[in-house]
Design a protein around this ligand. Structure first.
Ligand SMILES: Nc1nc2c(ncn2[C@@H]2O[C@H](COP(=O)(O)OP(=O)(O)OP(=O)(O)O)[C@@H](O)[C@H]2O)c(=O)[nH]1
Ligand SMILES: [Mg+2]
Length: 451
């Protein structure tokens, strides 16, 4: 897709606004300025200049600001022109058509940022961060992406990669000149590989916590019918979102709502149909959805009625969620605590409270907040963000594990060269220093046009 022609697009969102911006980048910008922009004097780079924006046939479309960035001091590294006009969709479209008429072609999604990457203005993780920043829906997502924009992650990865570079070089010299260059010492090599791997392991750990912050913790609220699941959902949300009734089996379909948990953490709460042996077909279908929600959720928020002895369905759900990440809440403490007091050791850390009581709700909220990882990750520090980045680090660590296995087995040191190079290649791909066209296509296709 990326031919070197000048590209153009409307950079502002569709619809009406105060200002619309049409942007062009490439070698044809000077010609576009000539044909489309009428100002008193010539445009000075980085100086916003008021003028008329004209059609290819010379008629005025709008008065607006022209802003020129001369290569290489621009977002893309090429000549860039921004035309700021009145924010009407019709005006923006006409200005774009004029720019296209003056020699540009319509930009592909993400093509401006792709050009910035190709000209070395951004590494690939920073380019991805641009996409994430635009897509960010809350502050923590935006902050995390903004931190990655500065290239801190790429520098961190490069540091690990440089250590592998040195090892590859030493191994290469020993292989090429066996008589003159001694092979690196196996012990020493293993220690250095372990050092790199530890560093990568720390980064890998940021991936899972980063994901929770970015996507919000997926929480399935599960338990027997009538336990108070929907009541708890409503209390957490602070609005009556789900129907609540004293009839068991009220909730049939899953209900999903997002909540902010404070400190930049958020969760997606999924209220579900109560779990029991149902025969009625609608309820059976609802329960199937509960199981699906439970399978997809990161955390199970298990609600049982703690005021009465635990019945079979309560015991079932407590037992079946035992191995996984969960918060157990014994509800209806205002009515008693018989069930809570008789709980198994496995539920030792379970919470007791009432969906009708603000303090209990705060307690559940805190537990979710802790699980959402807001306290565990410092978004200002380099962290992995996309699945692609997580995979690349995983791939590199796998190769390093093979290196260590070879060394531990007492094999000749030269045999590890291939795997060290494989680990290095994964890190190279992560920062985009060796990214394929198809990888770039996949990444930038997710961007919007104009970015
Ligand atoms: N006393 C008391 N009643 C509660 C409490 N929490 C919920 N209830 C009541 O218990 C009944 C069931 O509540 P729901 O929130 O509908 O329960 P559910 O788990 O969503 O039930 P299903 O959707 O049928 O699975 C309602 O009458 C609630 O008012 C509590 O802490 N104390
Ligand atoms: Mg319900």
């Amino acid at each position: 897709m990326s031919d070197a022609r000048t590209i153009a697009a409307i950079a502002t969102p569709p619809g009406r606004g105060a200002v619309a911006i049409v942007r062009a980048s490439g070698p044809g910008v000077a010609a576009i300025v000539d044909r489309v922009v009428r100002t008193r004097g010539p445009l000075v780079p980085r100086v916003a200049t008021l003028g008329e924006i004209v059609d290819v046939d010379g008629s005025t479309i709008d008065r607006g600001l022209a802003l020129l960035f001369a290569a290489p001091a621009s977002y893309t590294g090429e000549d860039v022109l921004e035309l700021h006009v009145h924010g009407s969709p019709a005006v923006a479209r006409d200005v774009l058509l004029a720019v296209l008429g003056a020699g540009a072609r319509l930009a592909e999604p993400g093509e401006f940022t792709r050009r910035a990457f190709l000209s070395g203005k951004l590494d690939l993780t920073a380019a991805e961060a641009v996409g994430e920043l635009i897509a960010a829906e809350d502050r923590s997502q935006a902050r995390g992406a903004a931190a990655r924009l500065t290239g801190g992650l790429a520098r961190e990865i490069d540091r690990a990669r440089e250590k592998l570079d040195a090892i590859v070089e030493e191994l290469g010299a020993a292989i090429d000149f066996p008589d003159d260059v001694p092979s690196p010492d196996a012990h020493d090599l293993a220690a250095r590989i372990t050092g790199v791997d530890t560093h990568l392991a720390e980064l890998a750990a940021t991936w899972e916590s980063g994901r929770r912050v970015r996507e919000g913790l997926a929480v399935a609220i599960v338990g027997p019918p009538n336990a108070g699941k929907s009541s708890l959902l409503n209390a957490l949300l602070g609005v009556d979102r789900a129907l609540v009734s004293s009839e068991a089996g009220t909730t049939r379909d899953t209900i999903e709502e997002a909540i902010a948990l404070g400190g930049g953490a958020s969760a997606r709460l999924i209220d579900t149909a109560g779990l029991r042996d149902a025969t009625q077909s609608l309820e059976v279908a609802g329960i199937a959805r509960t199981h699906a929600a439970l399978a997809e959720a990161t955390l199970a928020l298990v609600i049982v009625d703690g005021s009465v002895p635990l019945d079979a369905s309560a015991r079932d759900i407590l037992a079946s969620t035992r191995g996984r990440e969960r918060v157990v809440f014994f509800n209806k403490s205002d009515l008693g605590r018989v069930g809570y007091d008789a709980r198994d050791d496995a539920e030792a850390s379970a919470k007791l409270g009432s969906a009708h009581d603000a303090e209990s709700i705060a307690m559940v909220r805190d537990a979710l907040r802790a699980a959402a990882g807001a306290d565990r990750i410092d978004l200002a520090r380099p962290h992995l963000s996309t699945v692609r980045q997580g995979d690349a680090v995983l791939e590199a660590r796998r190769a390093l594990a093979r290196v260590r296995a070879t060394l531990t087995a007492g094999e000749p040191v030269d045999l590890v060269a291939g795997d060290v190079m494989a680990a290095r290649a994964s890190l190279h791909e992560l920062t985009g220093r060796a990214a394929s066209e198809s990888l770039l296509d996949a990444i930038f296709a997710r961007f919007c046009i104009g970015k």
